[in-house]
Ligand binder design. Structure first.
Ligand code: SF4
Length: 451
């Protein structure tokens, strides 16, 4: 139903902290509420409803939430409703009403995103709503509203939750057990987003490699990749997040068979030390990880790899950290999310208190890791100079609207001059300079820019 039919023009402001799952959920919240006459706004002054989609994975997002809710006080006083969604809402639940007494109207976890219209409807009637129960596969329905905003790429969720118990991770406590979305629904969404002009699909889930394994008759993750590649118009496929333990030969084979599968993989390793990997309950060791990397490079020689690293996990010695540094040299990660270990409430690693690493050691290790990783990244970017890369043009650059920006199959960001009509197409770009986080290039000869 349109806004006019509702006779209202309510505005919703959604602020997102955290991972791609949260970005995806925020988009779905906006899409669902649009059916009840809400339009998205970037202006808090305009907002009738303000939702902050939170993350509990690290400490900073909690601090950010505290200051965000404080800043919302004047808006609530003028009548706007304020809600907390996401992982922190799931985990802290009713405590958030106590912590932010009189400042919050609704609290709902990730499982309740599909019900956001009902929740907001109750809030509009003056109720305070808490929705943070976990829903099982008989109750949970993946949101089917399609959101693309004219972008060249779209996320498509394939699963929710996680059955692993990595000892540092709060996700199993905030997103519940793993549920795989039926492949027919996934393919329907892929077809729908491609029909809007999307060229790149990113399949998302907490542990995509275990997709379908619990459901009799469901496709495996590798089979799903082949099916997505068959959809006309899908030119690129990415996926995240992968667990190295579950990286099967069939997925590696897909890198040989499917040109749509991009030459970049985010494969979180967390540590290069077998002792730390055991304490983290990751269920692979360094050798297995390196074997997966070897197989991937065999299948796709130009593949670039990025990873997640935790430094200072309880009990990490200098020798353990050196194992992480040597793994970095062995793999040469071209991107990395690296953090100091931060204890999260409700995680098993809290019981490892006896062997905490000092803040100073953590900081020194993180600085060393990041410095070396960045050097490798720069070396890799310099090595691209003179090459011509196929670039999916995403839009104008953030820094200069006259310049276009896009990504190579290897996930390198490239800025180059060109007409805006190229947005959403894949064009060859010759790399002129490599910088720390991006490349600069020019359209390769032969691209028709006359349109
Ligand atoms: S695989 Fe481990 S780190 Fe990833 S979401 Fe599951 S428990 Fe967390």
């Amino acid at each position: 139903m349109s806004e006019q039919e509702h006779g209202s023009s309510k505005k919703v402001f959604v602020k997102t902290f955290g991972c791609q799952m949260n970005v995806y959920d925020s988009d779905k919240i906006t899409a669902l509420l649009s059916k009840d006459g809400y339009t998205a706004t970037q202006d808090l002054e305009d907002a009738d409803l303000i939702v902050v989609n939170t993350c509990s994975v690290r400490e900073k997002p909690e601090q950010k939430l505290r200051s965000f809710i404080g800043e919302m006080a004047p808006h609530r006083s003028r009548g706007a409703k304020v809600g907390i969604a996401g992982c922190m809402a799931q985990h802290a639940g009713a405590d958030l009403f106590k912590q932010y007494r009189g400042q919050v109207d609704l609290v709902f976890g990730p499982d309740h995103v599909p019900n956001v219209r009902e929740i907001v409807g109750q809030v509009e009637k003056g109720q305070r709503v808490l929705a943070n129960s976990f829903l099982d596969n008989t109750q949970y329905a993946f949101v089917r509203e399609v959101v693309t905003d004219g972008k060249a790429g779209a996320f498509v969720t394939i699963q929710k939750g996680c059955d692993n118990k990595c000892t540092f991770c709060i996700v199993p406590a905030t997103r519940g057990v793993e549920l795989s979305r039926p492949n027919a629904e996934i393919l329907e969404e892929v077809r729908a987003v491609v029909a809007t002009g999307v060229r790149e699909i990113t399949l998302i889930g907490q542990n995509v490699n275990s997709y379908g394994l619990k459901v009799p008759g469901e496709l495996t993750f590798a089979q799903l990749l082949y099916k997505v590649a068959e959809v006309p118009g899908v030119e690129r496929i990415r996926y995240t997040t992968s667990h190295p333990r579950d990286m099967g030969d069939d997925v590696i084979q897909a890198y040989r068979d499917l040109p749509q599968l991009t030459s970049h993989l985010h494969l979180p390793v967390q540590s290069g030390s077998d002792r730390m990997l055991r304490r983290m309950k990751r269920f692979y060791n360094r050798e297995r990880y390196l074997e997966v990397v070897r197989q991937l490079r065999d299948a796709r020689p130009d593949i670039s790899l990025s990873t997640d690293i935790i430094v200072g996990f309880p009990g990490e010695t200098d020798a353990d950290f050196e194992d992480t540094m040597s793994l970095l040299e062995a793999v040469r990660f071209e991107g990395s999310f690296s953090f100091k270990y931060s204890p999260r409430p409700g995680t098993p690693a809290l019981r490892l208190k006896d062997a905490l690493v000092s803040k100073r050691d953590m900081s020194e290790r993180l600085t060393r890791y990041q410095k070396r990783q960045q050097e490798i990244q720069i070396e890799s970017n310099h090595a691209c100079e003179g090459q011509t890369l196929d670039v999916l043009v995403e839009g104008p650059s953030k820094w200069d609207p006259e310049v276009l920006c896009g990504r190579s199959s290897t996930f390198k960001m490239i800025n180059f001059a060109g007409p805006k009509e190229l947005v959403g197409t894949i064009v060859p770009v010759k790399v002129l300079r490599g910088f720390t986080n991006s490349l600069r290039g020019e359209l390769a000869l032969g691209v028709d820019t006359s349109s």
